[in-house]
Design a protein around this ligand. Structure first.
Ligand SMILES: Cc1ncc(COP(=O)(O)O)c(C=O)c1O
Length: 502
């Protein structure tokens, strides 16, 4: 039972503490305000700056002291209550849960170990840059597909069937690069739809693009080698390369995709990571001359190209684009795909197509490093594709995403009548709204976050360049009703910012 105590006397002190912590978090990355407040309070609780049983100032007082909106304060308090840090007592107020261990909530002894673990330099860099904990599932969160539409009942039936048919080998690690029928299904799909010339043996099933990237970095580059990435870039790739000790060198992206210059060649690459069919996050489609330039540069530098074809399935207009791997004459391109977007991210299955000369080494290393498995799951997925369910999911998703994109564009029309424009192709699950360089897009994303909407600042994806401003706005998870309801709020926040520049 929570003891009733008088309201804490430390309201101004608490506010000051919370504001300091929030400023620190804001400098570190672009968390939404309610998330910053939540984190700041959670830390105050864990550090014992708020003791078990303490009564918190009311949300009205916190709103005033912190100069935040009531919604932001209430969202943070609610989250802490749901997680059990706080308890709310009707008519009495909100208290620190007295089941939190005293050792952590009350005065910590000077000899007590710090709760901040000592990380390696790499660990510090990895955990203090753009991070996945910002990936809240919200209508406009980029990169999130509508997995709520996944045919769960059908999937369950297929899984049950394959579990019933399972034989002991299916429960073992998988040595051969994955379940053969799934590798065949992937190869058939890639040959027909992505013009990737390949044999089934070249397909290796992984636990998604992240693992494919790590494997490529581990096997094809040494510590300190340079990897060229698009600037701005997909943060997951940046992290995979940081984690494997590679030097990242950003190559500017323009409307024709990655644009390497003579100066870039002073940093010869061992790997080149690219998203040519729909650059993440600007949406640029790599032109044919650029594709040829990239292949020629890879030959000059004896480098490997990692082609991440992450959302090529969702192209809404224009002719289908063939892959870079399809143009590759000398087997330098490794092709990476994922089921995260078409099916659901937690499935954790993807594929890597490696040149024939790499097959044996990749299979062996994948087995030794990752101990891949999940064969019954892979068998169910193979049948899902074979029986046409994958194609139906794709058809449905393509139609629904095209509609969502159109609705979002309509909602953003007032911004497009000012100095904003959309870059990139009509494809995928997000769009990139480009803004004038005078706009602080990180601050704008934060302000939009305070309205309860998650979008991301384009500059947060930049490696070296400082001139890219915009917002990366998802629509994959946004139901039409949500776009209609929240789209104008989003547009209004952006227009207010644009109008300030006038
Ligand atoms: C550019 C890009 N590649 C790949 C992926 C998918 O990665 P995974 O298969 O690890 O889920 C994503 C997910 O957001 C992405 O944005």
């Amino acid at each position: 039972m929570v003891p009733v105590r008088p309201p804490t006397e430390t309201s101004p002190m608490l506010s000051e503490l919370l504001l300091t912590e929030m400023t620190r978090l804001r400098l570190r990355d672009s968390m939404p305000l309610h998330r910053q407040l939540y984190e700041a309070m959670r830390r105050a609780l864990l550090d014992g700056k708020l003791g078990a049983g303490d009564r918190l100032p009311s949300s009205r007082e916190l709103t005033q002291d912190l100069k935040l909106s009531r919604n932001t304060v209430v969202a943070a308090l609610n989250q802490l209550t749901v997680e059990g840090y706080l308890v709310s007592r009707v008519g009495s107020g909100t208290y620190v849960n007295d089941t939190l261990p005293r050792a952590t909530t009350n005065q910590r002894s000077a000899h007590a170990p710090s709760h901040v673990a000592r990380l390696s330099q790499r660990g510090t860099a990895l955990s203090s840059t753009f991070c996945a904990n910002q990936l809240e599932i919200q209508p406009f969160a980029p990169g999130v597909a509508d997995f709520s539409a996944f045919p769960v009942a059908l999937w369950q039936r297929l899984q049950n069937k394959h579990w019933r048919m399972t034989y002991p080998e299916m429960l073992d690690y998988s040595y051969s690069g994955g379940h053969a029928p799934l590798r065949r299904a992937v190869a058939d799909y890639l040959r027909v739809f992505r013009s990737v010339p390949l044999e089934v043996e070249q397909v290796i099933i992984t636990s998604g693009t992240q693992q494919s990237l790590e494997l490529c970095a581990q096997l094809l580059a040494d510590h300190g080698d340079t990897v060229w990435l698009e600037d701005p870039a997909y943060w997951g790739a940046v992290k995979a390369f940081m984690a494997t000790g590679l030097r990242t060198h950003g190559i500017r992206v323009d409307e024709e995709g990655m644009a390497p210059t003579d100066t870039d060649q002073l940093h010869p690459p061992r790997l080149i990571y690219t998203t040519p069919s729909h650059q993440y996050p600007t949406g640029a489609v790599m032109s044919l001359p650029r594709r040829q330039q990239l292949l020629a540069l890879a030959r000059t530098h004896d480098a490997w190209i990692l082609e991440d074809d992450y959302d090529s399935e969702f192209r809404f207009s224009g002719p289908p684009l063939s892959s870079l791997a399809g143009l590759d004459q000398d087997q330098r391109v490794l092709y990476l795909g994922s089921f995260s977007k078409v099916l659901y991210p937690g499935l954790k299955l993807g594929y890597l197509v490696v040149p024939k000369r790499l097959v044996a080494s990749f299979r062996q290393a994948h087995y030794d490093l990752n101990r891949p498995g999940q064969m019954p799951l892979q068998a169910a997925l193979a049948e899902f594709i074979e029986f046409g369910h994958f194609a139906s999911c794709l058809r449905r998703a393509r139609h629904s995403y095209a509609q969502r994109r159109q609705h979002l564009l309509e909602a953003l029309q007032p911004c497009l009548e000012r100095q904003a424009y959309i870059s990139g192709a009509e494809q995928g699950l997000h769009l990139c709204l480009r803004l004038p360089t005078a706009i602080d897009d990180k601050a704008l994303a934060l302000r939009i976050g305070a309205l309860g909407l998650v979008v991301r600042a384009l500059s947060a994806y930049c490696i070296e360049r400082t001139d890219a401003r915009g917002l990366v706005i998802g629509y994959g998870y946004a139901a039409l009703a949500d776009i209609e309801k929240y789209g104008p709020i989003l547009a209004n926040a952006i227009c207010t910012e644009l109008d300030r520049l006038r």
